[in-house]
Design a protein around this ligand. Sequence first.
Ligand code: WQD
Length: 342
Amino acid sequence: MKNKIIVTGGCGYIGSHTVVELIENNYEVVILDDLSNSTEDTLERILKITGTKPTFVNIDLKDKTATKAVFKKHNDAEAVINFAAHKAVGESVQKPLMYYKNNLYSLLNTLSSQLENGIKGFIFSSSATVYGTPETLPITEENETQRPFSPYGNTKKIAEEIIDDVIKSDSKLQSISLRYFNPIGAHESGLIGELPSGVPNNLMPYITQTAVGLREKLMVYGNDYPTKDGTPIRDYIHVVDLAKAHVLAVKRIIDKKQEQPFEIFNLGTGNGFSVLDIINTFEEVTNSKLNYEITERRAGDVPKLFASTKLAKEKLGWTANKNLHEMISSSWKWEQKLRNNN
Ligand code: WQD
């Protein structure tokens, strides 16, 4: 019998890639999603890639009654992977209450519903944003967390604290929080990828949308940072590598390999690339020039972030395999297929 995994937000960017990896590793998947930032069409795309269409429930996890009912129905699940959350940094500054309400109510309903039904495993989709401006690099899981700049980031930090408290209350919860650095890229099929609503906040979708003509020009936010070329450095990580880490985290929980009931792992490559590195590699991959302009710094940007990958390697047995070229060419393939409607 296959192990059943509930994936909240499974139609979204990282969620859909994780669902593909779970199916390919012989798990049965139930997706809970309200399609607020994704489409049901993703299910057909997952079917095309894997030959399996996951069970799908259209549900708003802020709805306590509906959430309890769906967990009762799937109380034979082994674990929950929680991707369901709003994630636009800028929007969260404008609408903090919407972010706290959505990201935290849904978390609370998920945790209480799964525990009521004896589902102990919980994988949380976290972010390197919880480290704020790090004092030392590379960032290890031992680095102090700081209050993130945005309400979005703060929901991630608060969520980890909630999980920690629930575990300390002897609830039997077994959790792994995965702190992503900068996820980019798309599945090699070009069938699933990132679909930002409105104007993208993040660098990669802004670049690909500029290159297809949807945006006029990329604004590079500052070139006076203390880095090799003056632009900020980030640890970009291929979404498929990220997805594979979730499968390993699920396995670690199911196989009872955890050393503590709440474990935290950074997910990055350990390599830092500047904004200009990304632009230059994009131009190489596409053999074209990108329209961009250097402008003012963006509030809240940190000069340099990259992960220590040691712990994830030692404990999860995970390392990122895909290089920057693969990340960028897959993002580009996805954007082109999307605009050609296939
Ligand atoms: C990367 C670099 C920008 C856009 C954010 C969140 C984090 C996580 C990932 C997920 C920076 C520069 C960007 C543009 C630019 N969230 N840039 N022009 O800020 O590292 O992290 O996304 O859900 O929590 O904070 O990523 O892609 O926005 O920016 O010059 O139009 O690109 O200044 O140096 P960031 P990003």
